[in-house]
Design a protein around this ligand. Structure first.
Ligand code: DAH
Length: 352
């Protein structure tokens, strides 16, 4: 019996030697360690052995079983290593070459700037109100105090969508975010027409103008508009809010100044400059040696505009402002051509 076991072991190990692939190894495992293998026959014949033979044969059979199993494991590892070595040799895979970096997407620089402006204003209590990009002439201009032949329309050459049969009310792409003021006021006033609630909102979004595309002008750009309406709001509130905004945006030491200006929908109107953050006010190419950079337009909401929004101008006052995030980015990063923004050149975009 012990001789037989030794033969079983020898035959199995001999035939294992010549095996070089997984399929042959599987066949070997079934033939030599499987249920109908000679080794298993020894185990199943165990009952017929005498009391003295049982421990001796049992020990020997177990030893052979363990020996075959570990030989099988060794062979299996050897086959896997050989396959790997072969594929490395065949594919000439140089595992020492540096890997290719995976490019991670990011937000467009204009979106980043827009969001940081909104984050500051949100912290100051302004709620975001998103308005439509396609408007009627009535909303984009007339309700904002630009009658059909008003000369201020010249500043905002329009892209018309639909003119046929619409007389003085053609449909156009909004030229600024200001028409959102009317939508927002009307929506708020509708909730309580006798006592419209106070409003404190920011209106972000894309605007469109029929411009010759040059380094300084684009046909599309973002604006962020602000609007506060309530009882007893004064120009001091406007100045305080915008001065605070400037400090949060440009740093605690940011100096600002207001210059008188004109917009049809505000009275009085102003423009706010910030001290040039490139030269610190000394004068440089970016600020055209003035030391100041124009940041936004603003003013007290015109009584006609309040009226058009459903707010009684005898009782309510308000202020509004509008700024361009792309312009801020250009100033900040000395970008000298606005066309980079929508040119989709990753070499530009990757810098932000
Ligand atoms: N809508 C103006 C423009 O596009 C910007 C502006 C100026 C908005 C003054 C305002 C404001 O709300 O008060 O040029």
């Amino acid at each position: 019996m012990l001789d037989q076991l030794n033969e079983i072991e020898k035959a199995a190990l001999d035939s294992l030697q010549s095996i070089t692939d997984q399929a042959a190894l599987d066949a070997w495992r079934i033939a030599h360690t499987g249920r109908s293998s000679p080794l298993m026959a020894v185990f199943s014949g165990f009952g017929k052995l005498s009391k003295e033979e049982k421990p001796v044969v049992g020990q020997a059979a177990n030893r052979v079983k363990v020996a075959l199993e570990s030989a099988l494991e060794e062979k299996s590892a050897a086959i896997k290593n050989a396959a790997l070595a072969k594929s490395i040799a065949e594919e000439k895979l140089d595992v020492t070459l540096p890997g290719r970096a995976v490019k991670i997407g990011r937000l467009h620089p204009a979106t980043q700037q827009l969001r940081s402006v909104l984050a500051i204003l949100a912290e100051m209590g302004f709620q975001v109100y998103t308005s439509r990009e396609v408007e009627t002439d009535e909303m984009n201009f007339q309700m904002l105090n630009f009658p059909p032949d008003h000369p201020a329309r010249e500043m905002q050459d329009s892209l018309y969508v639909e003119t046929a049969d619409r007389g003085e009310n053609p449909i156009l792409m909004r030229t600024h975010t200001s028409p959102g003021q009317i939508h927002a006021m009307r929506e708020a006033a509708a909730t309580n027409p006798q006592n419209p609630p106070p409003i404190r909102i920011v209106l972000p979004g894309m605007c469109f103008r029929n411009e010759q595309i040059t380094a300084r002008s684009e046909i599309q750009f973002n604006q962020v508009e602000g609007l506060a309406v309530g009882e007893g709001i004064t120009f001091a509130d406007l100045k305080g809010t915008l001065a605070d905004f400037a400090r949060r945006m440009f740093g605690q030491d940011a100096r600002i100044r207001f210059r008188a200006s004109y917009f049809p929908f505000t009275e009085p109107s102003a423009e706010m400059d910030a001290e040039c953050f490139v030269c610190g006010g000394k004068g440089c190419g970016v600020c055209k040696n003035s030391g100041w950079l124009e940041i936004l337009g603003c003013g007290m909401v015109h009584p006609n505009v309040l009226q058009n929004g459903g707010y009684d101008p005898k009782r309510y006052t308000g202020f509004a402002f509008g700024m361009g995030p792309e312009r801020q980015l250009m100033l900040r990063n000395k970008i000298n051509d606005i066309r980079y923004f929508w040119g989709n050149d990753v070499r530009f975009l990757e810098q932000f």
